[in-house]
Design a protein around this ligand. Structure first.
Ligand SMILES: *Cc1c(COP(=O)(O)O)cnc(C)c1O
Length: 365
């Protein structure tokens, strides 16, 4: 990548060697084992498909990438690196699955968890005194808070992990801001087509990358051959998808703010959003995700989510199709997330169609 921009590397990174007769795309290689005598030997340790995806991803974040079967498999491997009894500082609004796992480990004494408001840098730094790890998510899912990653790094020691799923490598570069490990649920924007699960951890420390790779082997978190192909294929178009979705998200956020049925819009691209200043300083743009709180409480929000035609009522995010869901329909979602909050993942459809469909659904509350 040194020579090229990220947009070009997205298209060209991780391809087979440039030799006549070689395919230009890494083929799907359905093999659990290989003829002995050379690497790879066994698929759980790594395959050519994983290597291609890792080669493409690493330079985008400025480190060495390790691919996992899902974002949660990557998160689990990172957490598994922590010593027994490790003190872990984490955002109050951390992705549900990660929150649940951290709380489980806290309850059995494996770690000691300290929950913080991730946007309150002073509180994070205070809680991080003597901590072994700080688990940052920014922007947070689904509250869209922005963490001041460089300030947290400056004020706190300990392993700094940043879940950068919402931002993608195009939105922010956590390793450059001092993070030790950056995590992506590549299931989301990186894959971009809602057709495969994948997690990616990136670190600039070769020993840590090797340790993560070994966790993958030992915990069995290796991604499958088809998934490696699909997610790398999705990565090729990340920049065009991300830019279009981000532009539409801003248009929708501004219109939603004026809508009578919308009580609050959470989007760091709005000038009066609490995360706006940090987004301008730390990110290339506000991203493709927004949350709204609608009139009529949980019932009103459910009605909106169920009455769209174009927006798909489904969980997950980052795909070409726009998705809408009420987060609190999940029993494990934090009780601090408002009941009437709808999370919107903006896809690449016509923004006018998206607006028309959403406005029609909002007319029901
Ligand atoms: C979805 C998600 C995860 C988990 O990833 P999976 O691929 O679903 O396992 C982790 N963090 C964030 C922010 C997510 O949105």
């Amino acid at each position: 990548m040194p020579k090229w921009s990220m947009e070009s590397w997205l298209v060209h990174g991780g391809r087979p060697p440039v030799e006549p007769g070689q395919p230009i795309n890494q083929p799907i290689e359905p093999a659990s084992t290989y003829y002995a005598g050379a690497e790879p030997e066994y698929a759980r340790d790594g395959t050519h498909g994983m290597q291609a995806l890792e080669e493409a991803m690493g330079p985008l974040e400025g480190g060495e990438a390790v691919a996992f079967a899902s974002g949660m498999a990557a998160a689990g491997a990172i957490i598994d690196l922590l010593p027994m009894g490790a003190v872990v500082v984490a955002a109050r609004f951390t992705y549900t699955g990660v929150s649940v796992r951290l709380r489980e480990l806290n309850d059995i004494g494996r770690i000691a968890l300290r929950l913080v408001d991730i946007a309150d840098t002073e509180a994070v730094i205070a809680a991080a005194a003597g901590a072994d790890a700080i688990w940052v998510e920014s922007p947070t899912n689904p509250m869209l808070e922005i963490a001041d990653i460089p300030a947290i790094r400056a004020g706190a020691s300990g392993l700094l992990v940043v879940d950068s799923t919402f931002a993608t490598p195009l939105g922010q570069r956590p390793l450059e801001m001092g993070a030790d490990v950056v995590l992506h649920s590549a299931t989301k924007s990186i894959g971009g087509h809602s057709d495969g699960l994948m997690g990616i951890a990136v670190t600039a420390d070769a020993d840590r990358a090797a340790a993560l790779r070994f966790r993958r082997t030992i915990l069995g978190g290796a991604p499958g051959a088809l998934e490696c192909y699909l997610i790398l294929r999705g990565l090729r178009t990340l920049s065009v998808r991300y830019e279009r979705s981000q532009a539409s998200a801003l248009v929708l956020a501004e219109r939603l703010r004026e809508h009578a049925a919308v009580e609050r819009v959470r989007y760091p691209g709005l000038k009066d959003d609490p995360g706006y200043e940090r987004m301008r300083r730390l990110m290339s743009g506000p991203g493709t995700m927004l949350s709204i709180e609608v009139a009529g409480g949980a019932e009103g929000a459910e009605r909106v989510a169920r009455s769209t035609d174009l927006w798909v009522h489904a969980t997950s995010l980052g795909g070409v199709e726009s998705l809408i869901e009420r987060r609190r329909r999940w029993p494990l979602e934090s009780a601090e997330v408002p009941e009437n909050l709808l999370r919107l993942s903006v896809g690449i459809e016509s923004v006018e169609d998206l607006w028309q469909d959403l406005a029609a659904a909002l007319a029901n509350v």
